[in-house]
Design a protein around this ligand. Structure first.
Ligand code: SAM
Length: 308
């Protein structure tokens, strides 16, 4: 794996983050090539973090507030316990299948699929989308390794947040989701406000938009520019963990205020809730991290519903 060295650029962020990519024309290209390169080692490099986030998500199913798939109920409903009548004919079988609850998850910026794997026991279908072809390949390899069929867990390459292309992946399999989850994606998006709008378009009415990401960090908290200044980090407060990832990061964390505005503008502000998952999440691995304390992040989990 090549190492690009820890160059220290000054990030000139504006509110749409268009200036963050140094080695590439835009953050999309920067993200694609960086995550293509990182895909094969992503899970082993971030194992501890992914484990912790998985546990945090599973302990907050009520907070996330989706009408989850309850496997046991389904088994009962299918007559597995002998209490319910077997369907008598094809029509009855079809009725029965229709009644079976579908809970569909869109895992956007899915990477290798941590969010999907964490929530798979509680949904009926996971659809991943990511910019990076190699991440998508890792996601699909992991789904296969778990013995899951493509109609249970499958990812494709795509960018729903492209300002010039509002018509990406238009098929019905990419619409009407019960839950759209974005794990660690928003700080990479050129325009988080636009991304949220596009993602909420993919929800069914009443569906939930779920985001985990960073709270403001790095220099952004120490400059006296107030809590509204979420984009001004210069990448030097990261303890060295970013290394070659530095040019993929457009936003150095999000204030609660901005997250609220993002949800409300996108039309998913109903029953909006934001929880802090705690501080001390360590990003990066031992090789990249120069100063572990500076590389620690506070992580929030936000959820809101599209108006029913
Ligand atoms: C830090 S990883 C998070 C992966 C995964 N969600 C997780 O929780 O482990 C960020 C991912 O966002 C993807 N990404 C960055 N910009 C994107 C965009 N505009 N559209 C889709 N995916 C994007 C990257 O390719 C990468 O896989």
């Amino acid at each position: 794996m090549s190492h690009h060295g820890g160059h220290h650029h000054q990030h000139g962020h504006d509110h749409h983050g268009s200036m963050a990519a140094h080695d590439h024309a835009n953050p999309v290209d920067a993200n694609r090539s960086h995550f293509d390169e990182q895909a094969a080692t992503y899970d082993s490099r971030h194992g501890k973090l992914l484990e912790r986030l998985t546990a945090e998500l599973r302990s907050r199913l009520d907070f996330i507030g989706v009408d989850w798939d309850d496997e046991d109920e389904d088994k009962g409903g299918n007559g597995g316990n002998g209490n319910s009548a077997e369907p008598k004919d094809a029509q009855a079988q079809a009725e029965n299948n229709k009644k079976k609850k579908q809970v569909r998850l869109l895992d956007y910026a899915c990477g290798t699929g941590m969010m999907s794997r964490a929530l798979a026991p509680y949904v009926t279908r996971c659809v991943g989308i990511d910019l990076s072809e190699n991440m998508v390949a890792e996601y699909n390899a992991s789904a296969r390794n778990q013995g899951l069929a493509p109609d249970e867990m499958h990812a494709v390459v795509g960018d729903l947040a492209d300002a010039d292309r509002p018509d990406v992946l238009p098929g019905p399999e990419f619409r009407d989701f019960d839950l759209v989850a974005v794990g660690g994606g928003f700080h990479h998006f050129a325009d988080p406000e636009l991304a949220a709008v596009r993602l909420v378009e993919r929800l069914r009415p009443g569906g939930v938009l779920l985001i985990w990401d960073f709270k403001p960090h790095g220099h952004s908290e120490g400059r006296g520019r107030g809590r509204g200044g979420e984009d001004e980090g210069d990448g030097e407060g990261d303890g060295g963990f970013l290394g070659p990832a530095r040019h993929t990061i457009v936003h150095h964390g999000f204030t609660e205020e901005r997250i609220r505005a993002i949800y409300e503008k996108a039309g998913a502000g109903t029953n909006l809730k934001i929880a802090e998952l705690g501080a001390g999440f360590l990003f990066g691995n031992g090789h990249d991290v120069v100063d572990k304390e500076k590389a620690r992040r506070s992580v929030f989990l936000a959820r809101g519903e599209k108006a029913a």
